[in-house]
Design a protein around this ligand. Sequence first.
Ligand code: FES
Ligand SMILES: [Fe+2]
Length: 422
Amino acid sequence: MLSPEDNDLLSRVGPGTPMGELFRRFWIPALIPEELPGPDCDPVRLRLLGEDLVAFRDTNGRIGILDERCPHRRASMYFGRNEECGLRCVYHGWKFDVDGNCVEMPNEPPETDFKHKVRMKAYPSAEWGGYIWIYMGPADKKPPLPEFEWATLPPENRWQKKWHYNANYMQGFEGEIDTCHTTFLHRFVDFSTLSPGLAAAHSNWQNDGMPSIHIRPTDYGLYYGSQRDAPDGAYNWRITQWILPSNSIIPHPKYPISSRAYIPIDDDNTFVFGTSFNPEAPMTPEEREYLETGLGAAPQTIPGTFTPVINRDNNYMLDRDSQRAGNSTGIPGVNNQDRAIVESMGPIVDRENEHLGTSDKAIISSRRQLMQLAKDLQNGIEPVLPHNPAMFGVRAIDVISPSDELETVVETHRESLRLPAG
Ligand code: FES
Ligand SMILES: [Fe+2]
């Protein structure tokens, strides 16, 4: 459990909040490239970390992410004209470039020089690893881009999707580092609806709902090994990665690996950026086709939106007959099941009334680490990860091993795990 004060510390991410400041030390994914398809394309509204923003691509293809509100009389720049290397507010014609400079102020006499005294809030952006990223922190603390393994691969090795969650980032993220729920929430009878990789994983998960969890906090977050009984006296070890502030790398016995970033829109809403990737080869058409069905690592979304097709408004297409027949939830698709349950907790879960057990160790540890880092930052201690971009590159694995020692498994698979030296 957490006190209401700690729950606020963990969950609230608006400007000036301790956790909001911690998030603002990292580059975070903000958009997919299709949202800004070309020079002078339509501007898009964007809300991140509780701030309303507008993004556009100028005539030279440069991306600008600005305050949504014009500094003149606060009209929305979303209605602006994207023209000749700038976004022009349609109310009185003030025009801003991608860096937030006011380049034209047609309703003021030039001799006042007013346009040089007005600036628009503008955040740095970058195109990297298949997403458009934003850095919302202090300029003098801007780190290099994070070297997630998937971001460094050729585009054909990955499949990516963005979708909306009706809940705080942390409760979505807590599902990622909760291996135990896979045995229960994702219990299936019909393996034919799963990809071969997921089906193989499920057969191990289904046989042991009481995995031993072994946590190893690190400078980048933590990893944990979950140990389940496997056939012939061996163990199924899943080593899952949490990378600050809210990125998971989830293993499967076969590629692709799933990585997800839970990016706060505000305290009650989250964008998930999901990347499924094969580090060794291009994703096959069959793998892509499976991911497009929305039954696996990511949901299908309503065209032109980031709203999942299966959502709260249609009761997640809950089918009680399917539930009676063995699908534990009666809801189709792994991610839809996760989202239904996480959203059912309310926008910010009441952690004062929860009762955490031994299977929740990774959740307990990650909360403690996040809250400590946020408090440290308030005291002037910067997180070390953002300025060590290679540390983001760790991998998760799902293996069968005769050993019951996490250290032995880690040593055997150290190269695959891509752990930092030391
Ligand atoms: S409100 Fe934007 S130019 Fe006046
Ligand atoms: Fe899940």
